[in-house]
Ligand binder design. Structure first.
Ligand SMILES: Cc1cc2nc3c(=O)[nH]c(=O)nc-3n(C[C@H](O)[C@H](O)[C@H](O)COP(=O)(O)OP(=O)(O)OC[C@H]3O[C@@H](n4cnc5c(N)ncnc54)[C@H](O)[C@@H]3O)c2cc1C
Ligand SMILES: NC(=O)c1ccc[n+]([C@@H]2O[C@H](COP(=O)([O-])OP(=O)(O)OC[C@H]3O[C@@H](n4cnc5c(N)ncnc54)[C@H](OP(=O)(O)O)[C@@H]3O)[C@@H](O)[C@H]2O)c1
Length: 429
C-alpha cells in the first residue's frame, strides 16, 4: 500500500492498515519533505511542547517493520497516480491543506499583508520559507480570525524571544523575534465571543502572557442568550473577565475584538492600515456590515482565516468543498483519501485517527478477495527518475543534528535546521 503524506492522517492510516489487515501488509509512506509528521512538525506552535510530543507516538508507527518512510518524494512531481497504481495495490492520499484561504478584500496583496500559513511556516522553520522572510519592524499588527491558529500566531507575537528560547524555533527566526518592534496586537473576530472558534484552553493561555496585557472592550463582550455548549460558555466567561481587567503596563498589548470585519487593507507601497466595519447578524444569520467604520494604524496584517487543500494532479477534487470527493474514504477503484484532504481543515490531531480508521476499513473491505498487483517496484521507479528517497534512518540523522545544534547554541532539546540543503548535509555529509 502507498500512503501519500506523513502528517497525522498519513501515519494513522499506516498504523490502521497494519492493525486492521488480516493478512500481511507492507506500507510505504511517501512524503515530499525529508522530514515526517506534517503539521505536527510544521504547524503545532513551538511552545506547545506537550502537543508536539505526539510525534513520539507517530514515530513508533514509522518504526513498525511493515512500514517504510520514503522522504523527498512528491506526488505530481516525481511520480504520477498511474505510477503508484502500477506498483501498489492501493493508494491513500493524505496531503493535508497547505495553503491559505483568501479574504477577497482590496489591499490583500500589499507587502505586509501575510497569510498565517506563511507566518506559521516561518516560525516553524518550514523549508518552503526563508528564515529572513519576516522583519517585525512595525509597532502594530492585526491578526484576522479568532480560531486556534490565530491564537498561536498572537501568542508567538506577544511572547519575548527569551520565552521561546528553549523551543525548537530556528535560531535565525528567534533573532528576528528578539528584534521585534511590535507593541500592539489586534485580534479581529467578525462575529461575537459566542461564535469564536478558539478552544478554552488555548484562549486561557493568552490571559497568562507575562509580556502582554490582554484587553477586551466591555461592549464587544456582551452576549445575548445563554444556551451555549460548555466550551463556548467558558470562552465567554474568560473574555468577559478580561473586559473587566485594567492593563498593568506590560510591554505589549493584545486587543481581542469582536463584531468587526476587515473591508480594506490600506497603503500605497505596503500595509499602512486596516479598515474595519462593525458587523451584526442579519435575520437569516449572515454577517452584515452596519456602515460604521474604524481604521487601525497597523503595518502588518496576518490573515488567519483557515487553510485549504490543493488539488493533486490526476486526483478528483471539488473546487466547492476544496476536498477530494469520497465515500467513507473511497475516491475511485484502489484510490482513497484521509485527513484534512478528505474532510477539510478542521479538527485536532486525534480527529485524524478515527478518520484514517474509517478510510482503511473501506479500503480493506474493497480489496477483500481481489487479485493483488502490488510489488516492491517503487525503488526501481524512483531510481530511474534520479530520485533517492530519504530513509527513516536518514531522518533520524536530521533529528540528531537538531539536538546537536541546540546543545551548541545552549538552547532546549532541539533547534530546527532550516532549508533542504542543511537537512541534506546532515543526512549525507
Ligand atoms: C498552524 C496549525 C497548528 C495546529 N496546532 C494543533 C495543535 O496544537 N493541536 C492539535 O490537535 N491540532 C493542531 N492543528 C491541527 C492538526 O495539525 C491537523 O489536524 C493535522 O495535521 C491534519 O493532518 P493531515 O495529515 O491531514 O495534514 P498535514 O499534517 O498537513 O500532513 C500532510 C503531509 O503531506 C505532505 N504532502 C503534501 N503534498 C504532498 C505531495 N504532493 N506528495 C507527497 N507529500 C505531500 C506534506 O508535506 C505533509 O507532511 C494545527 C493546525 C495548524 C494549521
Ligand atoms: N491548539 C490546538 O488544538 C490547535 C491549534 C491550531 C489549530 N488547531 C485546529 O486547526 C483547525 C484550523 O484552525 P484555524 O484557526 O485555521 O481555522 P478555524 O478554526 O476555522 O478559524 C478560522 C477563523 O477565521 C475566521 N474567518 C474566516 N473567513 C473570514 C473572513 N472572510 N473575514 C474574517 N474572518 C474570517 C472565522 O470566523 P467565522 O467563524 O465567522 O467564519 C474563524 O474565526 C481548527 O480545527 C483548529 O482547532 C488546533
Amino acid at each position: 500500500m502507498a500512503v501519500i503524506g506523513s502528517g497525522p492522517a498519513g501515519i494513522y492510516t499506516a498504523e490502521a492498515l497494519v492493525k486492521q489487515s488480516a493478512e500481511p501488509v507492507a506500507v510505504d509512506v511517501l512524503e515530499r519533505l525529508p522530514t515526517p509528521y506534517g503539521l505536527v512538525r510544521y504547524g503545532v506552535a513551538p511552545d506547545h511542547t506537550s502537543i508536539k510530543s505526539i510525534a513520539n507516538y507517530l514515530r513508533r508507527v514509522l518504526e513498525l517493520p511493515q512500514v517504510r518512510f520514503l522522504g523527498g518524494v512528491t506526488l505530481g512531481e516525481h511520480l504520477s497516480v498511474d505510477d503508484l497504481l502500477g506498483v501498489y495495490d492501493a493508494v491513500v492520499y493524505c496531503t493535508g491543506a497547505m495553503v491559505d484561504r483568501k479574504l477577497g478584500i482590496p489591499g490583500e496583496d500589499l507587502p505586509g499583508s501575510v497569510a498565517a500559513t506563511d507566518f506559521v511556516n516561518w516560525y516553524c522553520g518550514h523549508p518552503d520559507v526563508d528564515p529572513g522572510r519576516f522583519t517585525l519592524d512595525t509597532s502594530e499588527v492585526a491578526v484576522i480570525g479568532v480560531g486556534n491558529v490565530a491564537v498561536d500566531v498572537v501568542r508567538v507575537l506577544a511572547k519575548t524571544a527569551d520565552e521561546l528560547r528553549a523551543t525548537d524555533v530556528p535560531h535565525e527566526v528567534l533573532e528576528r523575534l528578539g528584534e521585534s518592534q511590535v507593541k500592539a496586537i489586534h485580534m479581529i473576530g467578525r462575529r461575537g465571543p459566542e461564535h469564536a472558534k478558539f478552544t478554552l484552553k488555548e484562549l486561557r493561555e493568552l490571559g497568562e502572557l507575562a509580556n502582554a496585557d490582554v484587553c477586551v472592550r466591555p461592549e464587544e463582550a456582551v452576549v445575548l442568550g445563554g444556551d451555549f455548549p460548555r466550551q463556548v460558555q467558558g470562552n465567554i466567561k474568560v473574555l468577559q473577565s478580561w473586559a473587566a481587567r485594567e492593563p498593568v503596563g506590560r510591554p505589549r498589548r493584545l486587543d481581542v475584538r469582536f463584531w468587526m470585519r476587515p473591508v480594506e487593507i490600506l497603503g500605497a507601497e505596503r500595509v499602512e492600515g486596516l479598515k474595519l466595519e462593525r458587523t451584526r447578524l442579519s435575520e437569516d444569520g449572515r454577517v452584515v456590515g452596519t456602515g460604521e467604520f474604524e481604521t487601525l494604524p497597523v503595518g502588518m496584517v496576518l490573515r488567519s482565516v483557515g487553510y485549504r487543500s490543493v488539488p493533486l494532479p490526476g486526483v478528483p477534487f471539488s473546487e466547492r468543498t476544496m476536498t477530494v470527493p469520497n465515500e467513507a474514504g473511497r475516491v475511485r477503484e484502489r484510490e482513497y483519501v484521509a485527513g484534512w484532504l478528505k474532510r477539510g481543515p478542521t479538527g485536532v490531531i486525534g480527529t485524524n485517527k478515527s478518520d484514517a480508521a474509517e478510510t482503511v476499513r473501506t479500503l480493506l473491505a474493497d480489496l477483500d478477495g481481489r487479485e493483488r498487483v502490488g510489488h516492491d517496484g517503487i525503488g526501481a521507479l524512483l531510481a530511474a527518475r534520479g530520485v533517492r528517497p530519504v530513509t527513516y534512518d536518514e531522518w533520524l540523522a536530521v533529528e540528531a543534528a537538531e539536538a546537536e545544534l541546540a546543545k551548541t547554541l545552549g538552547r532546549g532539546e532541539r533547534v530546527k535546521l532550516v532549508g533542504l540543503e542543511a537537512m541534506l548535509r546532515a543526512i549525507r555529509p
